[in-house]
Design a protein around this ligand. Structure first.
Ligand SMILES: *Cc1c(COP(=O)(O)O)cnc(C)c1O
Length: 401
């Protein structure tokens, strides 16, 4: 998947802004060819649509019989959503805007879930009027809103995951604790809604299938209790969490998906409708960002670590570097020689705009202002995480190829 395309070795040493070439890259052939053929004045995500559709097919095959509901927030490019609709993908949306995006791209409303547990009442009514009939909730007040604005709707209750082993856990913000799920189902039924199932999210970037086991065990306990009480559950939503490669080993997609489904089958038995909501795992590896080094400096001549300032930072697409949780990999046009530790920072005048400092990144000693940098596997959670223009730096550009 990550093709090695070797291009001409960098020539000469270091004249500022001299055009140098990438020694090698670990990005898709299409992205590599496009980047080689273009100059980018601003940071740009180059996104390979075929690769994303290929990832969808692999996920669908490995997670069968689960239906894939792509978590639109990971990358809401309309061209991508249209391609996924054509490939048979379904969707999980978090707002009226995301639902409209899916419907405009041709998705069937019956295949779009409204999975945000915190919804605007206007959005609920709008979604209902447009044929959406599957909603998430984790609180009585949310069920009240649904009962009024989407009476009779099918609803699943989200379980709070406390022991995530993910690199980007979704914390305690979402879900109700296990002992509250049945009371919420009873409340939903008493208010004219149709409680059809449960959902959870193991946490984003969960690197191995086995890490799902404790969460699935807990969810299965709730599931079987609800059935024992007479709820005819039909929807098991196993959420997202499927990983991308950022340098630490991740299980290959096919083995990962079948591994998760083996655990699901063992714990839940026959389930009428299983849905999975991959975001990152479907799109991250389809894209890479072309960026540029603006400055390399040492605070003191004796400092070991250099500061490397890029033309992209936390406010222009790399928000997932918060707490250094997601550690991207970099190719540069100065690769091939000696390397040393670098603190990586963005271009804005906000001191929070430092990408990696706790664990510095190894970068070539020869790195200079003007060198090009490719940030690998950045097709997820980048484009829409960019500010509208903080400090005058534009949001991340996107090219779909
Ligand atoms: C963000 C989100 C996802 C996607 O998560 P990934 O870790 O990117 O796969 C799935 N489901 C819900 C409800 C989400 O909020």
């Amino acid at each position: 998947m990550l093709a090695a395309d070797t291009v001409a070795m960098a020539t000469g040493a270091s004249a500022l802004n001299e055009r140098r070439a990438f020694v090698s890259s670990r990005i898709t052939d299409k992205v590599a060819a496009y980047m080689d053929a273009h100059d980018f004045d601003e940071p740009t995500l180059v996104f390979d649509l075929d690769h994303a559709v290929g990832s969808y097919r692999t996920l669908a095959q490995s997670l069968a019989p689960a239906h894939i509901h792509y978590a639109v927030k990971a990358n809401p490019e309309p061209q991508l959503v249209r391609r996924l609709v054509a490939a048979g993908c379904r969707f999980d949306a978090a707002s009226r805007g995301e639902i409209a995006l899916c419907l405009d791209a041709g998705a069937d409303a019956r295949h779009v879930s409204f999975g945000n547990t915190v919804k605007k009442v206007g959005d609920i009514a709008w979604a209902r009027a447009h044929g959406i009939d599957l909603f998430a909730a984790d609180a009585t007040e949310e069920l009240d809103k649904l009962a009024i604005h989407a009476p009779g709707a099918r609803v699943y209750i989200r379980l709070l995951v406390e022991h995530s082993q993910a690199d980007w856990p979704l914390s305690r913000k979402f879900g109700a604790p296990a002992e509250e799920i049945l009371p919420l189902m009873r409340y939903a039924r008493a208010h004219g809604l149709n409680p059809v199932g449960i959902s959870f999210h193991v946490g984003s970037q969960t690197r191995r299938a086995e890490m799902w086991r404790p969460v699935l065990t807990e969810a299965a306990g709730v599931w079987h209790d609800a059935r024992a009480e007479g709820f005819e559950l039909e929807v098991l939503n196993i959420g997202g969490g499927f990983p991308a490669f950022y340098g630490d080993e991740v299980e290959a997609p096919m083995g990962y998906g079948t591994g998760v489904m083996d655990i699901v089958r063992a714990h839940f038995g026959d389930v009428p409708y299983i849905m999975a909501e991959p975001g990152r795992g479907l799109v991250a590896e389809a894209g890479a960002i072309s960026a540029e080094v603006l400055l390399v400096s040492r605070k003191r001549p004796s400092d070991i670590a250099r500061w490397v300032y890029l033309n992209i930072g936390k406010f222009s697409g790399l928000a997932e570097t918060i707490d250094e949780a997601i550690r991207y990999q970099f190719d540069t046009t100065a690769d091939g020689g000696e390397t040393g530790p670098c603190i990586l920072a963005g271009p804005s005048c906000d001191s929070a705009d430092v990408l990696y400092e706790q664990r510095p990144i190894q970068m070539p000693t020869a790195l200079r202002a003007g060198d090009r940098v490719r940030i690998l596997n950045t097709g997820a959670y980048t484009t829409t995480y960019a500010s509208v223009g903080f400090n005058g730096f534009p949001p991340l550009h996107v090219v779909c190829i």
